[in-house]
Design a protein around this ligand. Structure first.
Ligand code: ADP
Length: 458
């Protein structure tokens, strides 16, 4: 059983031994925007919807708790909850990773003069584990801890210096455990009988695991609203010189696997923009058909820097731009250029990963909504000069959590055994002429330069 606690909805997916989906249930929860730039969730609603989808997924196939070997949890990362350990009540809404006001929140906590020692802090996994075990277990895993910026990813301990600066008592922080580990048991009240909670990982790391990127140098990209690229860097934490984040991918036993991560703020969201604001397409799927009406972008480039640019540029002042327009550029070229920007942005992150790690991309595993687009996958392979592999099961986030839990509970014995379940839907190999490729990337970088720092006057 994978509990996939996302940013807008909670899901439960049941997987069988072959790694196939046997049941799914999903329920959205409320997005709370108390003021511009603030994003909150009701932690009780997260818990209630998560539990209800677990029950629903079981009911759909008439399955009992006894048939569930273990629970794996994967979650929106960096979202935090503080609750009272006696009453179990959150003292405030969950502060969501998208929220821009963490500093003010800390001040507010202090002003309230809350009694030391009664409060527990956690990310969403911690909260769900605590609820499922009825307050018996206050824990998180390495991958989630590494995103709080309070955890020292080298010593594998909460960082005393940072805790002191932020005035956070160690007593409120969860114990950090391996990602594949028996955390405790989900109480029998909830799902009929008790089930061990045996796997925990933040969503992107879980997807890396679900994509079976078990070896150093393996890379995945999730094309969702944004784009999330992670490269397994093995036992070494690689310090980035090119704008990437060093993170823990997972811990199994006492072995830690590190990753380099690069986030592209706008990926699928650019396709939504074509649909909702520009009204050039009726549905996201149409982008492929429309882009295929022309053989190239006719010299036109779209840089979808709507909210600035993330990795590897990190420019909050960049803004979107369309350049290279001549009299012959039509809507199909603009649609194609927008789609192409997803691949070009990902390619920039891949090149940064290669530079930092010294590892050349050998293949890219893809998932997320826009990975359904064959033209996009082909473009990605053309620009990144490596095979792009789309698995049959693109629910890689939930799958990663299920695999982590299944490993700790003996449902699967080894990574090799898990790898046998991996089924490829399609592989895309690069076809573009190399000179053409070089020119496209060169022009793309010219376009990116024109979008940088646009929102400020130099
Ligand atoms: P998230 O989990 O971030 O909500 P998903 O993985 O569900 O995102 O992907 C949804 C995104 O993928 C949307 O932005 C949508 O526009 C885009 N998308 C979905 N299908 C396609 C397609 N066939 N071609 C291009 N983009 C697509």
């Amino acid at each position: 059983m994978a509990l996939d606690s996302g940013t807008t909805s909670n899901r439960c997916i049941l997987f069988n031994h072959k790694g196939e989906i046997v049941s799914v249930a999903q329920r959205p929860f409320t997005q709370i925007y108390p003021q511009p730039g603030w994003v909150e969730h009701d932690a009780n609603e997260i818990w209630a919807t998560q539990l209800s989808v677990a029950v629903e997924a079981m009911q759909k196939i008439n399955c009992t708790a006894k048939q569930i070997k273990a629970i794996g949890i994967t979650n929106q990362r960096e979202t935090t909850i503080v609750w009272d350990k006696h009453t179990g009540e959150p003292i405030y809404n969950a502060i969501v990773w998208q929220c821009r006001r963490s500093a003010e929140y800390c001040d507010m906590l202090k002003e309230k003069g809350l009694t030391k020692g009664d409060l527990l802090f956690g990310t969403v996994d911690t909260w769900l584990i605590w609820k499922l075990t009825k307050g018996k277990v206050h824990a998180t895993d390495y991958s989630n801890a590494s995103r709080t910026l309070m955890f020292n990813i080298h010593t594998l301990k909460w960082d005393d210096d940072i805790l002191e600066i932020l005035d956070i008592p160690l007593s409120m922080l969860p114990v950090v455990q391996p990602s594949s580990y028996i955390y405790g048991e989900a109480d029998n009240e909830f799902l009929g009988s008790s089930i061990p909670i045996a796997g925990v990982a933040g969503d992107q790391q879980s997807a890396l695991f679900g994509q079976n990127c078990f070896h150093e140098g393996d890379v995945k990209n999730t094309y969702g609203t944004g784009g999330f690229l992670l490269m397994n860097t093995g036992k070494k934490p690689v310090q980035s010189k090119n704008g990437l984040v060093t993170t823990i991918a997972w811990g199994i036993g006492d072995e830690i696997t590190y990753a380099l991560e690069g986030s592209v703020f706008v990926a699928g969201a650019a396709i939504q923009w074509l649909r909702d604001e520009m009204r050039l397409i009726d549905s996201s799927d149409d982008s492929e058909y429309m882009a295929n009406k022309v053989p190239d972008t006719n010299g036109c480039y779209v840089v979808p820097a709507f909210t600035g640019l993330g990795a590897p540029y990190w420019d909050p002042y960049a803004r979107g731009t369309i350049v290279g327009i001549t009299r012959g550029v039509n809507k199909y070229h603009i649609i194609r250029a927008t789609l192409q920007s997803l691949a070009l942005q990902a390619n920039d992150v891949i090149r940064a990963m290669e530079k930092d790690s010294g590892i050349e991309l050998s293949q890219l595993r893809v998932d997320g909504g826009a990975s359904a687009n064959n033209l996009l996958c082909q473009m990605q392979s053309d620009f990144s000069l490596a095979p792009v592999i789309r698995p049959k099961c693109v629910e890689t986030t939930a799958m990663g959590a299920a695999y982590l839990a299944g490993l700790a509970s003996g449902y699967w014995q080894s990574l090799e055994e898990i790898s046998k379940n991996y089924q490829v839907d399609m592989t895309f190999n690069s076809q573009m002429n190399l000179d053409e490729r070089k020119a496209e990337i060169h022009n793309w970088h010219k376009a990116v330069k024109r979008s940088l720092r646009f929102a400020i006057d130099d």
